[in-house]
Ligand binder design. Structure first.
Ligand code: CAO
Length: 576
């Protein structure tokens, strides 16, 4: 027989009218007791609210953005026919009055788990020891932001127990002993310092590994003591846990233990830059080996959701791209020095702001293109004296209609003509093949408040200068408003980066892979040009052509740029 129970928000201490920022279950889901249902966030912290009962979710009563307090109904679960796992069923059966067991005093999920009757110390035999916060350097009164284990868990020496956060960095505090957790002494939001008790564990029979003898404390002792538990609880195996059983069931030699103080000293991640994600998402990311700093959050306040992590992994697998090495991570696949780690605050006042989503995405692409494509830049100049006179005359004529011709539109037209003459510039490398394109879609870099984007003009060869001018300004406006659709940024054959409206005399534009060349345009200026008998002032436009030297030779690039320069100097040649 089935009965329906309302699962309500338990006593969550000071959290009142807190916002739901994630709903972690949906109708039809089987939930177990203690499984997180929603994540809520106050202006100070976030927490997950667990279910007090196992069962099947019949209805979800809250949605993202709702404000909730103690007593708000979160879901209705149906019990009886529930398809919850045996373990869940046992948990539920052992906890008929589970609402009363809901975490009091804003107890976090892990602390709630601590009260779960299913979570009993596994084996006897060892002694009970208290694990406390080790020397964490200057950091005192640091806040516990995650509890990574619960009562009943088997932990390895070095396995992370809690995450703490100072005003400069966050770090995970590892266990100094292997054993089974019998009590948790902290809860989310607690402030801890060196010596604060974290939890109690029952050691696995005497040969626990301590700080004093990290190597001598035979790694086999840890693995032999609990291979079964390790196998049963893979999700609890922290990535950093050195004793994770290998395929053959043998434990590897634990790596040298790093002092937690080191983590604080090294961490150069200001608090504001910490990835915004709930504990379960952090755990999920850890299990997949994903560095959350590289993931863009799509949730409220840019919070990273489980789906963001999933999408990130999918993208990485699809592109085969190695994730960009974040600050502090050595190499990134190249045999180069790690990024310098500097505590800028030591030298003066600082303010850290997260990179925009566009910057993160374009940055990763630019980085890949810069390191994977052998770039060479050919610099030339075009005499646009006549072209500029024509442009101004046209704009005067069209003053009433408001239609404005830009230099960029003329350049696009000329570039298309040059691409037709030099087809290897309108191509892409595909393994050992060079794919020649018989269409002419031209991208142009647009500067937006959030960063650089490259809208693409399709079939530029079929459009006139006026139409190109109109389309570039429309696309640039969409780009600035962040309203470009993905399709408006795809399919480009060649890109133009025009800084002419801003300044500069030349630069090295980075090729927009899989294209093989890009034209950088700087600001035109009058210069004395020798006409054979005298110097005369001419309006000269700097052209910087970066090309992929695997595909294009220097001579071809010089010819392309010279041809382009000739077209811009005498636009009538385009008709030839
Ligand atoms: N030389 C001199 N003046 C130029 C010029 C050039 N090469 N190009 C443009 N100008 C002038 C324009 O004529 C215009 O002046 P008027 O208003 O008097 O006519 C003024 O500069 C502003 O032009 P603009 O830059 O707004 O317009 P545009 O069509 O030339 O460019 C766009 C449009 C979208 C390319 C531009 O706004 C932009 O975003 N540029 C930055 C691109 C960028 O960031 N590239 C770097 C990528 S690599 O990091």
């Amino acid at each position: 027989m089935s009965n329906i129970t309302e699962i309500k928000v338990p006593d969550i201490g000071d959290f009142d009218e807190v916002e739901v920022i994630e709903v972690l279950v949906s109708e039809g889901d089987a939930v177990s007791a203690e499984q997180s249902l929603i994540t809520v966030e106050s202006d100070k912290a976030s927490m997950e609210i667990p279910s007090s009962q196992a069962g099947i979710v019949k209805s979800v009563k809250v949605k993202v953005g709702d404000k909730i307090s103690e007593g708000t109904v979160i879901i209705e679960v149906e019990q009886g026919d529930a398809k919850a796992s045996d373990k869940d069923a046992e948990t539920a059966a052992a906890a008929p009055e589970t609402e009363k067991q809901a975490p009091a005093d804003a107890a976090p999920p892990a602390a709630a788990g601590a009260e779960s009757p299913a979570a009993k110390p596994a084996e006897a035999g060892g002694e009970t020891v208290t694990i406390s916060v080790p020397d964490i350097g200057d950091a005192t009164d640091v806040e516990v932001i995650e509890i990574l284990v619960k009562v009943g868990d088997s932990v390895n020496a070095e396995q992370s127990l809690i995450t703490v956060e100072s005003d400069k960095a966050s770090m995970e505090v590892p266990s100094s002993q292997a054993g089974v957790v019998t009590a948790i002494k902290v809860k989310l939001g607690d402030k801890v310092s060196e010596g604060s008790d974290i939890l109690e564990i029952k050691t696995s029979g005497g040969s626990a590994q301590g700080d004093a003898k990290p190597e001598a404390a035979a790694p086999a002792a840890a693995s032999e003591a609990q291979p079964q538990e390790a196998a049963e609880q893979p999700a609890r195996q922290d990535n950093s846990a050195p004793q994770a059983a290998s395929a053959g069931g043998l434990a590897s030699v634990p790596p040298e233990r790093h002092s937690p103080t080191e983590a604080f000293a090294e961490a150069d991640v200001p608090l504001r830059n910490l990835p915004h994600a709930s504990p379960s998402v952090r755990k999920f990311a850890r299990e997949l080996g994903v560095d959350l700093k590289l993931v863009t959050g799509s949730g409220a306040k840019n919070r990273i959701t489980q789906d963001d992590v999933r999408q990130y992994v999918k993208r990485s697998l699809a592109t085969g791209a190695a994730p960009a090495a974040p600050a502090g991570v050595a190499g990134g696949g190249l045999n180069v020095l790690g990024w310098p780690k500097v505590d800028f605050a030591k030298f003066g006042e600082i303010e850290a702001r997260p990179l925009s989503r566009i910057k993160k995405i374009s940055g990763a692409n630019l980085h890949r293109n810069w390191v994977m494509i052998p770039h060479v830049t050919n610099n030339d100049q075009a005499d646009i004296t006549e072209l500029e006179a024509l442009r101004q005359a046209l704009n005067k004529e069209n003053q009433k209609s408001g239609a404005k011709v830009t230099m960029l539109a003329f350049i696009i037209k000329a570039v298309v003509a040059a691409l037709k003459k030099f087809p290897e510039f309108n191509a892409s490398l595909d393994g050992d093949n060079l794919v020649y394109k018989h269409y002419y879609h031209i991208g142009f870099a647009a500067d937006t408040p959030n960063g650089l984007v490259v809208p693409v003009i399709r079939d530029a060869d079929k459009k006139g200068v006026m139409e190109l001018a109109k389309e570039t300004s429309e696309l640039a406006a969409l780009a600035r408003d962040g309203k470009l659709s993905p399709s408006q940024m795809q399919g480009g054959c060649f890109s133009i980066s025009s800084l002419g409206g801003i300044g500069g005399t030349s630069f090295t534009p980075i090729i927009n892979a899989p294209e093989v060349a890009i034209l950088g345009v700087s600001r035109s200026a009058h210069a004395p040009v020798w006409n054979g008998t005298a110097f005369e002032p001419r309006l000269m436009l700097p052209l910087s052509l970066s090309y992929d030297h695997r595909v294009i030779d220097g001579a071809a690039a010089a010819r392309f740029n010279a041809y382009l320069s000739g077209l811009l100097a005498d636009f009538r040649r385009i008709a030839l």
